[in-house]
Design a protein around this ligand. Sequence first.
Ligand SMILES: [Zn+2]
Length: 284
Amino acid sequence: MKSLGKMFFGCVLIVGLIHPGHSQQGEVVIKPHKISDQLFMLEGQGGNIGFLSNEGGVLIVDTQFPHVAPKIVKTVGEMSQGKIQFVLNTHFHGDHTGGNAVIGAEATIIAHDRVRERLSQDGRTSPAAYPDLTYASTMTVYFGSEEIQLIHLGPGHTDSDSIIYFKSSNTIHMGDQFFHGRFPYIDLASGGTPTGYLNNIRRVAGMTNPQTHIIPGHGPLATQNNFLEFIAMFEECSGIVLKAKMDGKSLEQTIADGLPEKYRSWGTGFIKEAQWITVLYTGS
Ligand SMILES: [Zn+2]
Protein backbone atom coordinates (compact mmCIF):
# COMPACT_ATOMS: atom_id res chain seq x y z
CA MET A 1 0.00 0.00 0.00
CA LYS A 2 1.12 3.51 -0.60
CA SER A 3 0.37 6.47 1.61
CA LEU A 4 -0.09 10.02 0.53
CA GLY A 5 1.34 13.05 2.33
CA LYS A 6 -0.10 16.54 2.22
CA MET A 7 3.35 17.95 1.45
CA PHE A 8 3.40 16.03 -1.78
CA PHE A 9 0.21 17.63 -3.05
CA GLY A 10 1.56 21.16 -2.90
CA CYS A 11 4.97 20.34 -4.27
CA VAL A 12 3.87 18.47 -7.33
CA LEU A 13 1.45 21.26 -8.11
CA ILE A 14 4.31 23.73 -8.12
CA VAL A 15 6.38 21.46 -10.34
CA GLY A 16 3.35 21.13 -12.59
CA LEU A 17 2.81 24.84 -12.93
CA ILE A 18 6.32 25.59 -14.14
CA HIS A 19 5.83 23.02 -16.87
CA PRO A 20 3.29 23.39 -19.71
CA GLY A 21 0.49 21.74 -17.77
CA HIS A 22 -2.53 23.74 -18.69
CA SER A 23 -3.26 25.60 -15.50
CA GLN A 24 -6.51 27.21 -16.55
CA GLN A 25 -8.69 28.48 -13.76
CA GLY A 26 -11.97 26.95 -12.75
CA GLU A 27 -13.49 23.49 -12.74
CA VAL A 28 -11.53 20.79 -14.55
CA VAL A 29 -13.72 18.60 -16.74
CA ILE A 30 -12.43 15.24 -18.00
CA LYS A 31 -13.42 14.88 -21.66
CA PRO A 32 -13.14 11.44 -23.29
CA HIS A 33 -12.21 11.20 -26.99
CA LYS A 34 -12.97 7.80 -28.49
CA ILE A 35 -10.30 6.00 -30.52
CA SER A 36 -11.96 2.54 -30.50
CA ASP A 37 -14.45 0.61 -28.36
CA GLN A 38 -11.67 -0.04 -25.85
CA LEU A 39 -9.25 2.86 -26.22
CA PHE A 40 -9.77 6.56 -25.39
CA MET A 41 -7.83 9.76 -24.94
CA LEU A 42 -8.89 11.68 -21.83
CA GLU A 43 -8.44 15.43 -21.86
CA GLY A 44 -8.43 17.27 -18.54
CA GLN A 45 -5.73 19.52 -17.10
CA GLY A 46 -2.14 18.58 -17.90
CA GLY A 47 -0.84 15.92 -20.26
CA ASN A 48 -3.35 13.89 -22.25
CA ILE A 49 -4.24 10.51 -20.77
CA GLY A 50 -4.52 7.22 -22.67
CA PHE A 51 -7.24 4.94 -21.26
CA LEU A 52 -7.62 1.28 -22.22
CA SER A 53 -10.48 -0.89 -20.97
CA ASN A 54 -10.86 -4.42 -22.30
CA GLU A 55 -11.25 -8.02 -21.12
CA GLY A 56 -7.81 -7.73 -19.49
CA GLY A 57 -8.96 -4.91 -17.22
CA VAL A 58 -8.22 -1.19 -17.05
CA LEU A 59 -4.95 0.59 -17.77
CA ILE A 60 -4.09 4.28 -18.16
CA VAL A 61 -1.14 6.30 -19.49
CA ASP A 62 -0.18 9.35 -17.33
CA THR A 63 -2.02 10.87 -14.38
CA GLN A 64 -2.08 14.70 -14.77
CA PHE A 65 -2.21 16.48 -11.36
CA PRO A 66 -3.11 15.34 -7.80
CA HIS A 67 -6.25 17.49 -7.67
CA VAL A 68 -7.44 16.09 -11.04
CA ALA A 69 -6.71 12.46 -10.16
CA PRO A 70 -10.01 11.76 -8.32
CA LYS A 71 -11.91 13.01 -11.39
CA ILE A 72 -9.87 10.75 -13.65
CA VAL A 73 -10.66 7.78 -11.39
CA LYS A 74 -14.37 8.70 -11.43
CA THR A 75 -14.52 9.06 -15.23
CA VAL A 76 -12.63 5.82 -15.79
CA GLY A 77 -14.94 4.07 -13.28
CA GLU A 78 -18.04 5.28 -15.09
CA MET A 79 -16.71 4.15 -18.46
CA SER A 80 -15.35 0.73 -17.51
CA GLN A 81 -15.60 -2.29 -15.26
CA GLY A 82 -13.27 -2.49 -12.33
CA LYS A 83 -10.40 -0.40 -11.08
CA ILE A 84 -7.19 0.75 -12.75
CA GLN A 85 -4.58 -2.02 -12.65
CA PHE A 86 -1.66 -0.39 -14.45
CA VAL A 87 -0.44 3.19 -14.82
CA LEU A 88 2.17 3.82 -17.52
CA ASN A 89 4.08 7.13 -17.40
CA THR A 90 5.46 8.75 -20.57
CA HIS A 91 8.03 10.77 -18.55
CA PHE A 92 8.55 12.28 -15.11
CA HIS A 93 7.10 15.82 -15.47
CA GLY A 94 4.54 16.81 -12.85
CA ASP A 95 1.68 17.36 -15.31
CA HIS A 96 2.00 13.69 -16.36
CA THR A 97 2.87 12.01 -13.02
CA GLY A 98 1.23 14.37 -10.50
CA GLY A 99 -1.69 12.01 -9.89
CA ASN A 100 0.53 8.92 -9.53
CA ALA A 101 0.32 8.73 -5.74
CA VAL A 102 -3.48 8.92 -5.83
CA ILE A 103 -4.19 6.65 -8.80
CA GLY A 104 -1.17 4.41 -8.27
CA ALA A 105 -2.09 3.65 -4.65
CA GLU A 106 -3.65 0.37 -5.74
CA ALA A 107 -2.20 0.12 -9.24
CA THR A 108 1.21 -0.87 -10.58
CA ILE A 109 3.12 2.07 -12.09
CA ILE A 110 5.46 1.36 -15.02
CA ALA A 111 7.93 3.79 -16.60
CA HIS A 112 11.47 4.26 -17.87
CA ASP A 113 14.29 3.82 -15.31
CA ARG A 114 14.97 7.54 -15.18
CA VAL A 115 11.38 8.44 -14.27
CA ARG A 116 11.93 6.68 -10.95
CA GLU A 117 15.42 8.16 -10.60
CA ARG A 118 14.21 11.71 -11.26
CA LEU A 119 11.10 11.47 -9.07
CA SER A 120 13.12 10.02 -6.21
CA GLN A 121 15.98 12.52 -6.57
CA ASP A 122 13.91 15.70 -6.53
CA GLY A 123 13.26 15.30 -2.79
CA ARG A 124 9.70 16.56 -3.08
CA THR A 125 7.80 13.65 -4.60
CA SER A 126 6.20 11.05 -2.36
CA PRO A 127 7.56 7.50 -2.78
CA ALA A 128 3.93 6.53 -3.43
CA ALA A 129 4.30 8.18 -6.85
CA TYR A 130 7.41 6.26 -7.91
CA PRO A 131 7.15 3.62 -10.65
CA ASP A 132 7.04 0.04 -9.30
CA LEU A 133 8.42 -1.50 -12.50
CA THR A 134 11.02 0.23 -14.66
CA TYR A 135 12.81 -0.61 -17.89
CA ALA A 136 15.79 0.64 -19.92
CA SER A 137 15.04 0.34 -23.65
CA THR A 138 11.83 -1.58 -24.37
CA MET A 139 9.11 -3.39 -22.44
CA THR A 140 5.96 -5.16 -23.60
CA VAL A 141 2.72 -5.40 -21.61
CA TYR A 142 0.21 -7.98 -22.84
CA PHE A 143 -3.14 -6.72 -21.65
CA GLY A 144 -6.22 -8.68 -22.75
CA SER A 145 -6.22 -8.57 -26.55
CA GLU A 146 -3.89 -5.55 -26.62
CA GLU A 147 -0.10 -5.68 -27.01
CA ILE A 148 1.45 -2.53 -25.58
CA GLN A 149 5.08 -1.64 -26.22
CA LEU A 150 6.92 0.95 -24.14
CA ILE A 151 9.87 2.23 -26.14
CA HIS A 152 12.63 4.57 -24.97
CA LEU A 153 14.24 6.07 -28.05
CA GLY A 154 16.94 8.03 -26.22
CA PRO A 155 16.89 11.62 -24.92
CA GLY A 156 14.29 13.86 -26.57
CA HIS A 157 11.82 15.92 -24.52
CA THR A 158 13.70 14.77 -21.36
CA ASP A 159 15.99 11.77 -20.80
CA SER A 160 13.12 9.71 -19.37
CA ASP A 161 10.65 9.53 -22.27
CA SER A 162 8.68 6.52 -23.44
CA ILE A 163 6.44 6.30 -26.42
CA ILE A 164 3.55 3.94 -25.67
CA TYR A 165 2.60 1.90 -28.71
CA PHE A 166 -0.82 0.20 -28.55
CA LYS A 167 0.13 -2.17 -31.32
CA SER A 168 -3.21 -3.99 -31.67
CA SER A 169 -5.08 -0.64 -31.84
CA ASN A 170 -2.58 1.08 -34.19
CA THR A 171 -2.31 3.96 -31.70
CA ILE A 172 0.76 5.68 -30.27
CA HIS A 173 0.84 7.85 -27.14
CA MET A 174 3.77 10.20 -27.72
CA GLY A 175 3.90 11.88 -24.31
CA ASP A 176 5.58 15.27 -24.74
CA GLN A 177 7.45 14.18 -27.84
CA PHE A 178 4.50 15.63 -29.73
CA PHE A 179 2.67 18.92 -29.14
CA HIS A 180 -0.15 19.00 -31.66
CA GLY A 181 -0.03 22.26 -33.64
CA ARG A 182 2.27 23.93 -31.13
CA PHE A 183 6.00 24.45 -30.73
CA PRO A 184 7.23 21.76 -28.31
CA TYR A 185 8.81 22.24 -24.90
CA ILE A 186 12.25 20.61 -24.68
CA ASP A 187 13.59 20.30 -21.14
CA LEU A 188 17.32 20.85 -21.70
CA ALA A 189 17.95 20.85 -17.93
CA SER A 190 16.53 17.32 -17.66
CA GLY A 191 18.51 15.77 -20.48
CA GLY A 192 16.26 16.83 -23.34
CA THR A 193 17.85 17.66 -26.70
CA PRO A 194 16.41 19.05 -29.97
CA THR A 195 18.56 16.71 -32.08
CA GLY A 196 17.42 13.67 -30.11
CA TYR A 197 13.81 14.83 -30.18
CA LEU A 198 13.88 15.17 -33.98
CA ASN A 199 15.56 11.80 -34.31
CA ASN A 200 12.91 10.19 -32.11
CA ILE A 201 9.90 11.63 -33.92
CA ARG A 202 11.36 10.64 -37.29
CA ARG A 203 11.74 7.08 -36.03
CA VAL A 204 8.15 7.02 -34.76
CA ALA A 205 6.92 8.33 -38.13
CA GLY A 206 8.30 5.11 -39.60
CA MET A 207 5.98 3.11 -37.32
CA THR A 208 2.83 4.91 -38.50
CA ASN A 209 0.44 4.58 -41.44
CA PRO A 210 -2.49 6.79 -42.54
CA GLN A 211 -4.82 4.95 -40.13
CA THR A 212 -2.62 5.42 -37.06
CA HIS A 213 -4.10 7.40 -34.16
CA ILE A 214 -1.60 9.55 -32.31
CA ILE A 215 -2.12 10.89 -28.78
CA PRO A 216 -0.02 14.03 -28.26
CA GLY A 217 1.23 15.10 -24.82
CA HIS A 218 -0.75 18.29 -25.34
CA GLY A 219 -3.37 19.25 -27.91
CA PRO A 220 -6.12 17.33 -29.70
CA LEU A 221 -6.02 13.69 -30.81
CA ALA A 222 -4.03 13.50 -34.04
CA THR A 223 -3.68 11.69 -37.33
CA GLN A 224 -0.49 10.59 -39.06
CA ASN A 225 -0.78 13.71 -41.21
CA ASN A 226 -0.87 16.01 -38.15
CA PHE A 227 2.22 14.28 -36.82
CA LEU A 228 4.07 14.59 -40.14
CA GLU A 229 3.23 18.33 -40.20
CA PHE A 230 4.77 18.64 -36.73
CA ILE A 231 7.95 16.90 -37.94
CA ALA A 232 8.11 19.13 -41.04
CA MET A 233 7.75 22.22 -38.82
CA PHE A 234 10.51 20.95 -36.52
CA GLU A 235 12.85 20.25 -39.46
CA GLU A 236 12.28 23.60 -41.13
CA CYS A 237 12.62 25.68 -37.94
CA SER A 238 15.68 23.74 -36.87
CA GLY A 239 17.27 24.25 -40.31
CA ILE A 240 16.62 28.01 -40.23
CA VAL A 241 18.00 28.47 -36.71
CA LEU A 242 21.08 26.27 -37.21
CA LYS A 243 21.95 28.05 -40.47
CA ALA A 244 21.70 31.42 -38.72
CA LYS A 245 23.98 30.13 -35.95
CA MET A 246 26.51 28.76 -38.48
CA ASP A 247 26.42 32.10 -40.31
CA GLY A 248 27.52 33.73 -37.07
CA LYS A 249 24.24 35.40 -36.20
CA SER A 250 23.62 36.02 -32.51
CA LEU A 251 20.65 34.48 -30.73
CA GLU A 252 19.10 37.96 -30.46
CA GLN A 253 19.44 38.53 -34.21
CA THR A 254 18.01 35.08 -34.98
CA ILE A 255 14.99 35.81 -32.77
CA ALA A 256 14.59 39.22 -34.44
CA ASP A 257 14.66 37.58 -37.89
CA GLY A 258 11.92 35.18 -36.74
CA LEU A 259 10.38 32.11 -38.34
CA PRO A 260 8.13 31.92 -41.42
CA GLU A 261 4.71 33.55 -41.08
CA LYS A 262 2.96 30.18 -41.56
CA TYR A 263 4.18 29.11 -38.10
CA ARG A 264 2.62 32.06 -36.26
CA SER A 265 -0.21 29.97 -34.77
CA TRP A 266 2.30 27.38 -33.51
CA GLY A 267 3.66 29.96 -31.05
CA THR A 268 0.35 30.76 -29.39
CA GLY A 269 0.61 27.93 -26.84
CA PHE A 270 2.92 27.52 -23.85
CA ILE A 271 6.09 27.89 -25.96
CA LYS A 272 6.32 31.19 -27.84
CA GLU A 273 8.40 31.67 -30.99
CA ALA A 274 11.34 33.31 -29.15
CA GLN A 275 11.54 30.39 -26.69
CA TRP A 276 11.40 27.87 -29.52
CA ILE A 277 14.23 29.63 -31.39
CA THR A 278 16.23 29.84 -28.14
CA VAL A 279 15.99 26.11 -27.42
CA LEU A 280 16.96 25.22 -31.01
CA TYR A 281 19.87 27.71 -30.92
CA THR A 282 21.27 26.86 -27.50
CA GLY A 283 20.41 23.17 -27.40
CA SER A 284 21.81 22.16 -30.78
ZN1 LIG B 1 6.79 17.16 -20.24
